[in-house]
Design a protein around this ligand. Structure first.
Ligand SMILES: [Fe+2]
Ligand SMILES: [Fe+2]
Length: 177
């Protein structure tokens, strides 16, 4: 399960960089880091409560519900709050912390936290590329997808394919030879 999470984190980082380029916005490296760390709270839950977390994951897969809701039910908090707490303690840019806290709530929101909105899109695209982490990413609104030029089936597939290619290239660097 740790490997699935690492694969998801790397692909989200790469997707964030691509989406930032599409928006022609500053902060590509900040976006990359946000993607890499957005689910770091899952790693803490996974290692802190491996049996409980595996049960939650199985339930999420069976019922098709959101991991974040199951975490709230089981622990009274979720991986986004753990992520924010960790990032704060590491003195990482507070904008990244805020985006991590909101990455499951701003994907269909008003875009007031742009980094969180991009994270929501990156998360969704990674799921489409079979590089997700359980059933956690809802589809962003059509208006949000249009901002990134992914508003048709063809353009969406093209982006998903680009993420797969980037992931295959970059993950090769970390594989033991
Ligand atoms: Fe998440
Ligand atoms: Fe994620």
């Amino acid at each position: 399960m740790s490997e699935t999470l690492w694969n998801h984190s790397l692909s989200a980082a790469l997707a964030m960089r691509m989406l930032c380029r599409r928006l022609r916005t500053q902060g590509e490296e900040q976006a990359f880091l946000a993607g890499l760390l957005h689910d770091v709270g899952e790693m803490i839950l996974l290692h802190g409560d491996p049996i409980g977390f595996a049960k939650l994951a199985a339930e999420v897969q069976r019922a098709g519900c959101r991991m974040i809701d199951k975490e709230q039910e089981a622990y009274g908090f979720d991986h986004t709050l753990i992520g924010l707490t960790l990032l704060d303690s590491w003195n990482i840019d507070s904008q990244i912390g805020r985006a991590v806290l909101n990455h499951h709530s701003d994907a269909t929101g008003d875009g007031s936290n742009q980094l969180a909105e991009i994270l929501g899109v990156a998360d969704y695209l990674c799921c489409k590329a079979d590089l997700g982490f359980f059933a956690e990413a809802p589809a962003p609104t059509a208006a949000t997808m249009a901002k990134f030029g992914c508003d048709s089936d063809e353009s969406l597939e093209e982006m998903v394919q680009a993420i797969r290619i980037a992931y295959n290239e970059e993950s090769a660097l970390f594989r033991p030879t």
